[in-house]
Ligand binder design. Sequence first.
Ligand SMILES: O=C1N(Cc2ccc(-c3nnn[nH]3)cc2)c2ccc(Br)cc2C12CCN(S(=O)(=O)c1cccs1)CC2
Length: 233
Amino acid sequence: KEKVEITKEQKALTKVIVEAYNRHQIPQDVAKKLLQDQYSVEENFLLLTEMATSQVQVIVEFTKSIPGFLSLDHEDQIALLKGSAVEAMFLRSAQVFSKKMPNGHNGILEERIRKSGISEEFITPMFNFYKSIIGLHMSLEEQALLTAITILTPDRPYVKDHQAVEKLQEPMLDVLRKVCVLQHPQEPQYFARLLGRLTELRTLTHYHAEMLTSWRMNDHKFTPLLCEIWDVQ
Ligand SMILES: O=C1N(Cc2ccc(-c3nnn[nH]3)cc2)c2ccc(Br)cc2C12CCN(S(=O)(=O)c1cccs1)CC2
């Protein structure tokens, strides 16, 4: 049985990523609004849009703290952010949603999301993904590293220097693999299961793009930041 050892450098890298992941949080008042009294479908949608805008800001700040990211070609930095924005937001939402919301409230929040103009065909895969993330009981290190790995995906559209992105993503994959072995010794396939969630995330991006079109049709308004990052005119 191979003795798994995390090197000094890998410990330092994990520390930087976890600190960045913890440092940027959505202002509590924004998330709390979702728990207040009854809202109409329009108001719910507006709240989710406000939340999503804060989430994107948090994800951009987290990304900038990933060692080496700011040394990438500037256009590649934008391509990575735009290519991973929805996935990083859904991954982070699933991870935070469960923690941030005291148990009793999950139902209320779930109710708000269900009553926000998002169609059932998107709600179902979204909550299946959410439940699959919760079921993994990821540690903070695993959540932070998996989010960084998602953002540093070399094969996003318009990325020119794949190699440079791979060089940043590989060390994260190496340390995540070791962290999984050390933190889930009973589950040798745990690391593979984590990466499997990234595949499920890609299907959510597809649903999200479809939803964006239908929201546009029903004249739903988005903030300038969301229009920029989601390529909405
Ligand atoms: O809003 C969501 N939530 C609730 C949520 C998210 C984050 C925090 C939070 N608190 N502190 N930090 N973060 C709290 C509640 C949530 C939870 C699980 C999954 Br899976 C996904 C989601 C979405 C992500 C965005 N979409 S969206 O479709 O992109 C859309 C944008 C505009 C209107 S609809 C809706 C679902």
